[in-house]
Design a protein around this ligand. Structure first.
Ligand code: KG4
Length: 335
């Protein structure tokens, strides 16, 4: 079954053709990141307009690369939530018109379910159940993936998502947007252990997290240094910040797997590219005798193929939608 898949929830327009949820026939992406870098973050109105400009040509590109005619497409999948509402609407509306014109089913896909499904493309043997750590620009979730479309949230951030914190911390360190990768690169130059950053803790909810205090601590450190004319050890701060994030995520991931009785852990989302978090997850899983799947770096960030992968399993579960399907800025992964 060939699915034409659309992703437009943030600043990447992405269109892919995926066969049977596992085989990527094409994966076309137009990133707007360099444009938003001028403003230090994503400008929603610009994102929507750029999706409109890119999506038709990108669809042609994806079909051509897949060596596939429109008539060979069996279904159309699209991210319908969560994300920047204007941005999501562009991809979803385009997908609806494609499904309508081709006379094929329309499959709504939750963006974070897509991030998790990116792993099905890289690891043919991977099947639920497993515990997923989903960490991206807008979400930080510990999810018990009981089946391809059966998910339960075990833990989540109460405020900022980890990716957002990396981006804000990067900004005060003078790094470009999106800041996660530049922060990661900067951190390679230090062993850290220089800056004391607050530990993430939520009273009475051991699997939940709060990252706003950590973000504020980095902002305060940078401002204080500026005010007293002190030189910051930027590499050490980047390293200590990544370690503080990892110290919040990794033990909770292991604890969540234990609680759910899972022996397999899967990482997903843009922040899953972080070298400190990847290294700590590997060490912890080895120690605990758990099997770990880390997505290849190219599948961590937003892409269309992951929507095609999850779309296939949503279709098998009977989850198709009519032309009245709406887009949502927020939506529970479990719904
Ligand atoms: O999954 P993604 O591409 O988009 C969303 O669905 O949100 O994630 C983007 C986030 C950004 O905040 C970016 O700074 C972060 O992932 N990121 C990283 C790294 N690479 C990307 N964060 C930490 N370390 C990295 N190497």
């Amino acid at each position: 079954m060939k699915i034409l898949a659309f992703e437009s929830s943030c600043d990447e327009t992405a269109v892919a053709v995926v066969e049977d949820g596992r085989r990527v026939l094409s994966d076309a992406i137009a990133s707007q990141a360099s444009l938003h870098a001028l403003y230090g973050g994503v400008v929603p109105e610009i994102a929507s307009r750029k999706h409109v400009e890119a999506i038709a040509a990108l669809t042609e590109q994806a079909l051509q690369q897949a060596g596939c005619t429109r008539g060979e497409i069996d279904a159309v999948a699209a991210t319908y939530a969560p994300g920047l509402i204007g941005a999501v609407l562009v991809g979803l509306s385009f997908a609806k018109s494609m499904a309508f014109a081709l006379g094929v089913p329309l499959i709504p896909v939750h963006h974070i379910r897509g991030h998790i499904a990116a792993n099905y493309l890289a690891f043919p043997e991977l099947e639920p159940p497993f515990l997923a750590l989903a960490i991206s620009g807008g979400n930080t979730l510990l999810v018990d993936v009981r089946g391809y479309t059966d998910m339960v949230i075990l833990g989540a951030t109460r405020d900022d998502a980890v990716g957002e914190c990396f981006d804000k911390a990067a900004r005060v360190l003078g790094l470009p947007y999106p800041g996660g990768k530049p922060m990661d690169d900067l951190a390679q130059g230090s062993k850290g252990g220089v800056y004391q950053l607050p530990q993430v803790h939520v009273d009475g909810a051991e699997l939940d997290m709060s990252f706003s205090g950590l973000k504020t601590a980095v902002v305060n450190l940078a401002h204080h240094a500026q005010q007293v004319g002190e030189e910051l050890d930027r590499a050490a701060l980047a390293r200590d910040f990544a370690q503080a994030v990892s110290d919040a995520l990794v033990p909770r991931t292991i604890q969540a797997a234990r609680q759910a009785g899972r022996k397999v852990i899967v990482a997903a989302g843009g922040v899953a590219a972080n070298s400190v978090i990847r290294g700590d997850l590997e060490a912890a899983c080895r120690r605990e005798g758990l099997k770990l799947y880390l997505p290849p770096l190219r599948l961590c960030g937003d892409n269309g193929a992951m929507i095609g992968a999850q779309g296939y399993y949503e279709f098998l579960a009977g989850h198709t939608a009519g032309m009245n399907l709406n887009a949502y800025a927020t939506r529970d992964i479990a719904e």
